[in-house]
Design a protein around this ligand. Sequence first.
Ligand code: NAD
Ligand code: UFG
Length: 342
Amino acid sequence: MTILVTGGAGYIGSHTVLSLLELNKDVVVLDNLSNSSEESLRRVKQLTGKEVIFYEGDIQDDTCLKHIFDCHKISSVIHFAGLKAVGESTHNPLEYYKNNVSGTLTLLDEMRRANVHQLIFSSSATVYGANSPVPYVETTPIGSTTSPYGTSKMFIEHILQDFAKAEPQFSTIALRYFNPVGAHESGLIGEDPNGIPNNLLPYIAQVAIGKLEKLGVFGGDYPTRDGTGVRDYIHVMDLAEGHCIAMDKLRILRGFRAYNLGSGVGYSVLEMIQAFEKASGVTIPYQILPRRDGDLPAFWADAGLAKMELGWEVSRGINTMMRDTWNWQNKNPKGYHHHHDR
Ligand code: NAD
Ligand code: UFG
């Protein structure tokens, strides 16, 4: 039986495909390469010595999905595909609702037609919105999202719940990721953002190699221990392994379930800078700037439910996150492009 991974060429997807292949699962990837390169999958093959079947296509394309479900015995789907830039989503909400919400509807429709009943969905801590107490716990209702991106994730979770109620055979897990960072320890695959990075760690890493001059710290006056924003960072390989464990749960679950995937611990921006400097030996110049629109002061996960029901918890700490981010950035100063450019 084969697992369809949508968005499998992307950052979290490629690391998860690697983990699945290491468990001897058969994997088909569907990705439109809008935010990734097929090079990630070539490297996954290189690392594992195993094949991945790749389709370049869009989850909004029902014909393409039909073809995949016809040609492969798909038992379950891990659904990463979607757009994820929070700021961009406020300027182009329709693209976000089309790719994320509409794309997921098309996928669900084709899954139903093909009698595929198991789905893992990439949700986000952002569904807890602006008013949830920290640490975030799954029993808190979702809502009050602060961007169209966040709202698209919230809508999809509601759609999945309704669909699971209507289709008793269907089982679906929404994994609410906190802040994914780091890379596979080989340094062969990692995060390769287009243009100037939006997220903290890729930005720091590009300052470290001299590609960017200095880090802007968004806000120094939050009610946190040092005034900077606090987040729950999680190593992407811990996240990848979380998907593999959730796959086992899918087989025995009926209906919809959501799990936080986080460490349960928050770090401030300044603590992240210090930890990176320690791991890399490179000083990161920074400047405190005004707060970024839509940012929350501090949030982290209550990681108890995933531990209790999935038997999953993080095993890689902040030093490993920094070591692996630095290793990837150092080995691939131009991301995945560099091999083709020369
Ligand atoms: P990514 O952009 O690296 O991966 C997403 C992949 O989906 C890309 O390869 C992109 O080309 C593909 N894609 C986008 N739209 C598509 C479409 N319509 N059809 C087919 N493929 C499409 O991002 P990532 O960081 O790996 O995130 C994966 C998922 O996890 C996303 O759904 C994202 O919203 C979610 N998530 C990410 C974070 C984070 O901070 N990285 C946090 C919470 C949730
Ligand atoms: N930050 C800076 N400077 C930067 C980038 C970020 O100071 O150049 C700060 C932010 O203000 C925040 C922290 O670093 O305090 C982390 O910011 P990221 O952009 O890395 O991550 P966010 O927490 O803002 O966003 C993440 C995911 C989104 C998700 C969101 C809410 O990337 O997918 O969490 O859950 F929607």
